[in-house]
Design a protein. Structure first.
Length: 203
């Protein structure tokens, strides 16, 4: 069976743009249908797209990743996934930003394998260390904001007097739903949320 080339692209949030990585993989001749884009934290245990990719990969298939932290964000996760792919499944891994880690090296004597293994563990340590620093800075920022009295999370929507009065009229059965929506021009779901808040005396 002919070996296939695949690519794994991971971004941690929906706000991050994956297009740069996609362009890079396409330039290597990887079919777009074989490019898996995962918008999940590498720390997440629910990685449906990645798990499907692992099941698809066959012995001698080639998996391209930009960095080893695409496999996971923590040390154990990186090492475990690397071994699962390379040893258990016999997949070739190509790391674009660290070619020395490529598992299809021509020079594959004991010393070379030993050096690559050391490098893998160092980079896995750095990946988790950086992730921990990011989480620590986030926690510090949240704690500082709370200590300064800043409210976190999405602010409540400001309701106009017209919206509140219309919702009260609807709740008192003075007007029907269609009339209420036409007066204030909001979606049904948003109007129901407004009615719920009024019922709970949140406004």
């Amino acid at each position: 069976m002919t070996a296939e080339r695949h690519a794994l692209i991971r971004v941690s949030t929906d706000g991050q743009n994956e297009e740069r990585q996609v362009v890079r993989m396409l330039a290597l001749g990887i079919p777009r249908k074989n490019i898996v884009i995962e918008k999940e934290s590498g720390k997440s245990t629910v990685r449906t797209k990645y798990q499907r990719l692992v099941k698809r990969l066959k012995t001698s298939d080639i998996l391209y990743i930009e960095n080893i932290d695409r496999l996971s964000r923590d040390y154990d996760g990186i090492i475990n996934e690397w071994n699962k792919l390379t040893i258990q499944k016999g997949v070739i891994i190509k790391v674009l930003d660290t070619p020395m880690l490529d598992t299809d090296q021509i020079n594959n004597d004991l010393t070379s394998k030993f050096m690559r293994n050391i490098l893998l563990h160092i980079l896995a340590f750095q990946a988790e260390s950086e992730w921990q620093k990011i989480k620590y800075r986030q926690a510090q920022g949240i704690a500082l904001a709370k200590s300064n009295g800043k409210k976190l999370g999405r602010p409540k929507a400001v309701r106009t007097e017209e919206e509140i009065e219309t919702a009260k009229q609807y709740l008192n059965r003075e007007i029907d739903l269609g009339t209420a929506l036409s007066i204030i021009g909001v979606q049904k779901s948003a109007f129901y949320s407004l009615c719920q808040m009024i019922s709970k005396e949140e406004i």
